[in-house]
Design a protein around this ligand. Structure first.
Ligand SMILES: NC(=O)c1ccc[n+]([C@@H]2O[C@H](COP(=O)([O-])OP(=O)(O)OC[C@H]3O[C@@H](n4cnc5c(N)ncnc54)[C@H](OP(=O)(O)O)[C@@H]3O)[C@@H](O)[C@H]2O)c1
Length: 214
């Protein structure tokens, strides 16, 4: 049985993907922060409270999970939607820690099986800048660079970046409070890109958009 680790599996895309992978026969470890949401993941996902921003937690998580065949770096935070000149430094550091430093750190601590697949969840602002996206934009650029470097350094593993696009999740609602969520695709609508990557194992170090696989 293959082992998968999905960070940020308590809701949104991470939850949909963790449940889908479990249904496809993976042993799935799913992380998050809120205990009630972790409990709600059900019996088919090993739910673990683990903070991606904590080196100690990442160490313990790597130890607990053991050798892995699939890592999905999905956990993320949005941070304030304000201009850089008004962006609080503490918030900048919090967002960078969750969205970039954490995935770098956890990857380095994990025992990756030969042939393992690593998927980093980026964003439309991961390879272009946009006003008022602050540390989220910076952190996703950094995440794509981290993925790119791992792709070149990890010769026995495959590394991909996925941009899921706008989805009906809490993060999107926080970013666009005036938007009607019913106009957006659900996380479940976005799962085909992951199956494509896992089944066809295309060349590494490439950026994929979920909308191209719906
Ligand atoms: N939604 C969109 O439209 C959209 C668009 C482009 C890219 N993305 C990216 O796609 C990914 C999933 O987005 P989403 O909308 O599904 O997000 P979401 O609904 O906000 O869920 C975020 C997940 O990350 C977890 N998380 C947050 N901070 C964490 C931490 N410090 N340690 C561990 N887990 C933590 C949350 O756990 P708790 O519930 O326990 O807090 C939750 O499971 C993110 O990387 C996001 O940047 C999303």
């Amino acid at each position: 049985m293959k082992t998968a680790l999905v960070t940020g599996a308590t809701r949104g895309l991470g939850r949909a993907l963790a449940l889908d992978l479990a249904a496809r026969g993976y042993r799935v470890f799913g992380t998050g922060l809120h205990p009630d949401r972790l409990a709600d993941l059900g019996q088919h996902v090993d739910a673990i409270r683990s903070d991606i921003t904590s080196a100690e937690a990442n160490d313990a998580l790597a130890e607990l999970v053991g050798p892995v065949d699939l890592v999905v770096h999905n956990a993320g935070v949005l941070g304030p939607r304000v201009s850089l000149d008004r962006y609080p430094r503490s918030e900048f550091e919090r967002v960078m820690s969750a969205n970039a430093t954490g995935p770098f750190d956890l990857t380095a601590r994990l025992q990756l099986n030969p042939g393992a697949v690593l998927i980093f969840l980026s964003s439309g602002v991961g390879n272009q800048t946009r006003a008022d996206w602050g540390a989220y934009c910076v952190s996703k650029h950094a995440l794509e660079a981290i993925a790119g470097i791992y792709a070149k350094e990890l010769t026995d593993q495959l590394v991909y970046v996925v941009d899921p696009g706008g989805m009906r999740t809490e993060m999107r609602a926080a970013a666009y409070p005036d938007e009607d969520p019913m106009t957006l695709v659900t996380p479940e609508d976005n799962l085909a890109v992951f199956q494509h990557l896992l089944q066809t194992r295309p060349p590494t170090d490439t950026r994929y958009k979920a909308k191209d696989f719906r």
